[in-house]
Design a protein around this ligand. Structure first.
Ligand SMILES: Cc1cc2nc3c(=O)[nH]c(=O)nc-3n(C[C@H](O)[C@H](O)[C@H](O)COP(=O)(O)OP(=O)(O)OC[C@H]3O[C@@H](n4cnc5c(N)ncnc54)[C@H](O)[C@@H]3O)c2cc1C
Length: 422
């Protein structure tokens, strides 16, 4: 497979676009692999890529129920940031942003990472205190953060509601300049192509329906395309974690599946060149950015009941539209183009798991809640390390399954063990 380059674009431009090869192969499953990663989302594909690239494990496969990019990796609002405060999270997410900064070159695939900056608004003096605390913690950990006044926010995003009648008056914001967005499908395709180039088999339309266990150890999977054996198996199935883990005999995981919806408007001329996040007033929560095609991309909160339904509903449309209209009144007459949902694997403290499990040979990557897209590169890096070395990387040493039993929850929001509060 050839590398993408300006030379290839020119050559193919003059030869009728006939010189491009398949982006990844469509191989038949082998009877045995060194490692199988279940789940062809961002995390599974990144794991397979780093297994091959960092650890030389090329006899590996990613097993995907549907098609690459059909899960949450292709359904999210694409925000990448590292504005975390708690040890464990801070260094992990900052490492991820650093990997994002090199990702297009690393994968030889344009993931359209755009460091346009994120503004996290605050709306009261108490909100300013909390924001200053967060910004100070970020800076003391070497992560960029700036506290902006109301006027500084206004000069950057004049369309926000600065009127006297604003429902939530804007007092200022924390700016993380290195935060931004990326093209979600491209992340899946870029990792898939790069992993395939290193010899990893990507097996689509291959649902895992059971596990093969021998002497207490998992030694393979039953799939829609037959039995496939492996020395080690990694689980990276996001919202389906509880279901698939149960097939392996791993029950009662501290995860609930909840639905999160996203929305995109008709395309507009350039209006917003940053990500704007609104949080925490009266339990409200929302974020807006503008895609490269011009659509305004919105997100809000979870539906407040557990669900596996991957579709939207009208009460949340109303709630998120009201949030967007409240923040940027000029959006009031913009038409909604599409909305959709994904299933979140909500952990009890809002932080993830990248760890071994009590079942020999089975490794877990889960609990990403609604923040897993930005974690994709670091998650793949650390999960690959954990599987290859059968021991965690320093960056994921705290993301264990038994942390609740040990009283070591990573409770970033201080919200306690309530999935929908994270
Ligand atoms: C609406 C929405 C907005 C979001 N916004 C953001 C955001 O702005 N920033 C951010 O950082 N995060 C965001 N997220 C969260 C982020 O998308 C997820 O945390 C992350 O994508 C999950 O990891 P993944 O990409 O590996 O998951 P997925 O893409 O869901 O991959 C899991 C895969 O496992 C497969 N699978 C399931 N069961 C089986 C089986 N039995 N056999 C084989 N394969 C199976 C699925 O088909 C799926 O493809 C958002 C999510 C949603 C839904």
């Amino acid at each position: 497979m050839s590398r993408y380059s300006v030379w290839q674009v020119l050559k193919n431009g003059f030869t009728g676009q006939t010189g491009w090869s398949r982006v990844w192969r469509d191989p038949e499953p082998k009877p045995h692999y060194d490692v199988i990663v279940i789940g062809g989302g961002g995390h599974g594909l990144a794991t397979a890529y780093y297994l091959a690239r960092n650890h030389g494990i090329r006899n590996a496969a990613v097993i995907e129920r549907g098609w690459i990019g059909g899960g949450n990796v292709g359904r999210n609002t694409t925000i990448v940031r590292s504005n975390y405060m708690i040890p464990g999270n801070t260094e992990f997410y900052e490492f991820s942003v650093k990997l994002w900064e090199q990702l297009s070159h690393e994968l030889n695939y344009n993931v359209m990472f755009s460091q346009r900056g994120q503004l996290s608004l605050f709306h009261s003096p108490a909100g300013r205190d909390a924001a200053a605390r967060r910004a100070n913690i970020m800076r003391s950990n070497g992560i960029d953060a700036e506290l902006l006044t109301r006027d500084q926010v206004r000069s950057r995003v004049p369309h926000l509601d600065f009127s006297d009648s604003a429902r939530f008056p804007i007092h200022g914001a924390v700016l993380q300049r290195r935060a931004g967005t990326a093209r979600h499908d491209a992340v899946a395709w870029g990792y898939a192509r790069a992993a395939d180039r290193l010899g990893v088999d990507i097996l689509q339309n291959c649902e895992v329906t059971g596990f093969i266990r021998e002497a207490g150890r998992v030694v393979g999977v039953e799939t829609a395309r037959g039995e496939i054996r492996a020395d080690r198996i990694g689980l990276a199935v996001a919202g389906s974690t509880s279901h698939v883990a149960r097939l392996a005999g791993l029950d009662n995981l501290p995860i609930e599946s909840h639905k999160l919806q996203a929305f995109v408007s008709e395309p507009l001329k350039p209006l917003l060149d940053m990500v704007v996040a609104f949080a925490g007033v009266g339990g409200g929560h929302g974020y807006i950015s503008q895609s490269d095609k011009g659509g305004m991309v919105f997100g809000g909160d979870l539906d407040l009941y557990p669900s596996y339904a991957q579709k939207g509903n009208l009460p949340v449309v109303e709630e998120v539209a009201a949030m967007a209209r409240m923040l940027m009144p000029c959006l009031g007459r913009v038409r909604l183009l599409r909305h959709w949902a994904g299933i979140m694997d909500m952990s009890m403290d809002g932080s993830p798991f990248i760890c071994r499990t009590p079942i020999d040979g089975l490794y877990l990557n889960a609990g990403w809640c609604y923040g897993g897209f930005k974690a994709t590169p670091a998650s793949g890096w650390c999960f690959a390390h954990t599987i290859a070395n059968q021991a965690p990387h320093d960056l994921n040493a705290r993301f264990t399954l038994d942390r609740y039993a040990a009283g070591l929850a990573i409770d970033e929001k201080g919200a306690g063990p309530t999935p929908k509060a994270h």
